[in-house]
Write a protein that binds this ligand. Structure first.
Ligand code: SAJ
Length: 425
């Protein structure tokens, strides 16, 4: 018999997951709230940009194994993949209301033998404390009549289809049988290891992966502040330190963006605020970076020949179009509120038409170019752009610029003390 899988939430993770199952022998129904999206998907068109996804959609559309609709119906397996934003409280805790609403929407169709999987990133204990009681309100017992597990996704945008198949998959069942049942579902396409654990361990391990990166980046960002104070190049220090076989300091930058690293650590610290001191400090260091950069820009612009500053990049990281939680956006907004004239360029992000400039236009009469995103386009800065500047100073916060014409002064965030000394001389 063909396995019927229903995915609730068809966003960046839900849609690729749904199509992957539809491409591996399952009959898949995708559920989402947006009528426009549903119509597009049923016409065989994907609504998100991800390499290989449209080709996979075309395949399953032709095979007739995927359909999208606005409401839930009966299935063998339900996969919940809906957003979990930060709440507006002091600790920015995890808002599980969309997860709860999604689970409630499938309850009328739940029957014996069904498997419910939560893929959304959730605060520790959510599966057992919030989802299990909802499911058991139907009279069905988890681990006996139906199976419940948290199976977090860990894929990197831009490489989702490969990583869905090849990454290690953590399966956190509420009981051992829940883990066995959910593991068998993913075994359809996962070629990486499938590790069975408890729901709580799966929830916290997912969160700690991103928290580890956030904390490590905070260390690099703090090192930048220390290095600029002591006049020691932080990038050089990191390169040396990382030659040690057991050291891997991450890269500093203008802050940490995206909807994962800048969001997930709060889910952990909100769950145990008195214990999670390091996690909170790391967040504070990373969120302080835009202000730190803005302060340095104001110092660099104090005696500049013009008031114009040019920003390269708005996306939260290189070669993507995603601006969510982007520190570049924060820096842009803060600089715009000063006396400076700010021009921004980002070839990957859709900007209002009146804010679209060519590189030539963006560099003309500028007294400082501030690189904020590591897009490949910024590896080489052309002589004709630099020649248009009033004062050819470049501050590269992502250490992406490899080729800079003679005559320009280029410094990274790690050694901008040199830039500041030069300006003050
Ligand atoms: N960043 C630095 N320095 C670094 C690395 C990154 O400043 O050394 C910044 C980036 O510029 C960006 C932010 O951190 O602003 C996040 O970028 P990222 O590439 O580290 O992560 P995401 O948010 O795109 O994806 C992460 C991934 N998690 C890990 O690598 C542990 C991905 O595998 C997860 O699936 C994803 O979060 C998620 O959905 O949780």
């Amino acid at each position: 018999m063909v396995l019927k899988i229903e995915t609730i939430g068809l966003g960046y993770i839900g849609l690729p997951t749904a199509l992957m199952f539809a491409d591996h022998g399952a009959e898949v129904v995708g559920v989402d709230l947006s009528p426009n999206m549903i119509e597009k998907l049923n016409n065989g068109q994907v609504h998100i940009e991800e390499p290989g996804l449209q080709a996979q959609m075309t395949r399953v559309h032709e095979a007739g194994t995927f359909t999208a609709q606005l409401t839930a119906e009966e299935a063998d397996v339900f996969i919940v993949s809906v957003p979990t934003p930060n709440r507006n409280d002091a600790f920015k805790s995890c808002d599980v209301s969309y997860v709860q609403a999604a689970v409630k929407s499938l309850l009328p169709f739940l029957k014996k033998g069904n498997i419910v999987i939560i893929e959304s990133t959730i605060a520790p204990r959510t599966t057992v404390d919030d989802v299990q009681p909802l499911i058991e309100s139907t009279g069905l017992v988890v681990g006996q009549d139906v199976y419940l597990a948290h199976c977090p996704e860990r894929v990197l945008p831009g490489n989702i289809l490969h990583e869905l198949v090849h990454n290690t998959r953590i399966i956190g069942g509420v009981t051992a049988e829940c883990s066995n049942q959910a593991a068998a579902v993913y075994a359809r396409f996962v070629q990486g290891d499938i590790i069975k654990t408890t729901a709580g361990e799966a929830e916290l391990s997912k969160l700690m992966e991103n928290t580890y990166r956030d904390t490590n980046i905070a260390l690099a960002n703090e090192l930048v502040k220390i290095g600029n104070k002591l006049k020691i190049d932080a990038h050089e220090v990191i390169t040396m330190a990382n030659r040690h076989p057991r050291v891997n300091i991450h890269q500093p930058g203008p802050g940490v963006g995206g909807h994962c690293l800048a969001v997930d650590p709060y889910f952990v610290s909100a769950a145990a605020p008195a214990e999670a001191l390091l996690i909170q400090t790391a967040r504070a260091v990373n969120t302080s970076m835009p202000n730190y950069i803005v302060t340095k820009v104001l110092e660099l612009m104090a005696d500049a020949p013009t008031k114009k500053v040019t920003l390269l990049g708005l996306a939260y990281k290189g070669n993507i179009d995603d601006k969510r939680e982007s520190p570049a956006v924060t820096i842009f907004e803060k600089l715009r509120d000063t006396h400076l004239e700010v021009t921004v360029i980002d070839e990957h992000v859709q900007l209002p038409i009146e804010e679209q400039f060519t590189m030539d236009e963006a560099f003309t009469d500028s007294s400082l170019v501030l690189v904020l995103t590591d897009h490949a386009e910024y590896k080489t800065l052309a002589t004709e752009w630099i020649n248009k500047m009033s004062r050819p100073l470049i501050l590269d916060t992502k250490k992406i610029v490899e080729t800079c014409p003679e005559g320009a002064t280029l410094h990274t965030i790690g050694n901008m003390y040199r830039l500041l000394e030069g300006v003050k001389q």
